[in-house]
Design a protein around this ligand. Structure first.
Ligand code: BTN
Length: 330
């Protein structure tokens, strides 16, 4: 069942009767209804009103390769033939990793829907159709995995910069690479690496950006989240947002290749929302409590615990509900 034509019509945001839709798509009203149900099952909010028909609550522009390439201006030459826009896929990170394995050095894939979106730490990334941005970029580095220290933090910084170029304000970073607004997650990043520890390696940078998360899927999300629509007025077109991500990543990753993390260290610290705060660090089955002392020059988290200062390279930071007393003890 190809749902693109129906979604393309509903994208206007106005009502369309089942009969008219059937006529335009050359299918029966029952078939229209079945497609509407399928759209709903993929997370699209479709309202139906007797006598008026079907509509989605807000107009939507579907992801489009030509619009994305137009948005990146002169950089389009770098991506022509290396950019895929998919309607539905399992995971754009998996798609990009497959490209890497078949020899590609650079590649971008965005999708309207993911059926098996991957989050960090084995989580699922809830990826309803036509709502958000699911983006993966494959990049290659020549100097081995060690030179990638801090890369995931750099990517978070670059995503925040791209969003600021689109008018978003008050974005904060949570170690290692979440982008938050008022303590709620707006975007998440998943890096996957293949290649040589000492030599050339390929990295898939997966970015999930919440644009307009439909209420029908919110109960599936297991952490506080937000989206652009809830935080900012005048949310730009998703194609424009994708173009800004590409531009910021291109420039920023080239700088990272030259300088490593050092150029980004203090910029990341300036946006750290948990610096000086009591948090829990969850890793595997264990939980460690401590006060965040920022990061070191490799991008590791510095946590002051009752057993001394720990250098943390993996795990999840969550704010602790127990307050720190005036001496900073806990
Ligand atoms: C996180 O848990 O914070 C990371 C989320 C990363 C989600 C993105 S969506 C595009 C890409 N494809 C995936 O399967 N995951 C990443």
């Amino acid at each position: 069942m190809d749902l693109r034509p129906l979604l393309g019509i509903l994208a206007s945001g106005s009502f369309h009767s089942g009969e008219k839709l059937g006529g335009e798509l050359q299918i029966s009203r029952t078939a229209v209804w079945k497609q509407v149900e399928r759209l709903r099952s993929l997370g699209v909010e479709v309202h139906s009103v007797t006598g008026k028909g079907y509509r989605i609550p807000a107009a939507l522009s579907l992801l489009n390769e030509a619009q994305i390439l137009a948005g990146v201006g002169a950089s389009a030459a770098n991506w022509e033939g290396r950019l895929d826009v998919l309607f539905s896929t399992g995971s754009t990170n998996v798609d990009a990793m497959e490209k890497a394995q078949s020899g590609a050095d650079r590649y971008i894939v965005v999708a309207e829907h993911q059926s098996q979106g991957k989050g960090r730490r084995g989580r699922t990334w809830v990826s309803p159709l036509g709502a958000n941005i699911y983006f993966s970029m494959l990049v290659s580095f020549q100097s081995g995995v060690a030179a990638l220290e801090g890369l995931s933090l750099v990517v978070a910084l670059l995503v925040a910069r791209a969003l600021e170029r689109c008018g978003c304000r008050d974005l904060g970073l949570k170690w290692p690479n979440d982008i938050l607004v008022e303590g709620k997650k707006l975007a998440g990043i998943l890096l996957e690496i293949s290649g040589d520890v000492a030599g050339p390696c390929k990295v898939v940078i997966g970015i999930g950006l919440n644009v307009r998360m439909p209420s029908s899927v919110t109960e599936q999300i297991d952490q506080p989240f937000t989206d652009l629509e809830r935080c900012f007025s005048g949310v730009p077109d998703r194609n424009y947002l994708v173009a800004q991500l590409i531009l910021e990543l291109e420039v920023g990753l080239a700088e990272f290749s030259r300088t490593g993390f050092s150029e980004f260290y203090s910029l990341w610290q300036d946006r750290d929302i948990y610096k000086g705060r009591m948090v829990e660090l969850r890793s595997g089955g264990s939980v460690m409590r401590g006060i965040v002392h920022g990061i070191n020059h490799s991008g590791a988290l510095l946590l002051e615990t009752d057993e001394g200062l720990k250098v943390i390279t993996g795990g999840e930071v969550v704010p602790s509900l127990r307050p720190v007393n005036e001496e900073g003890e806990f």
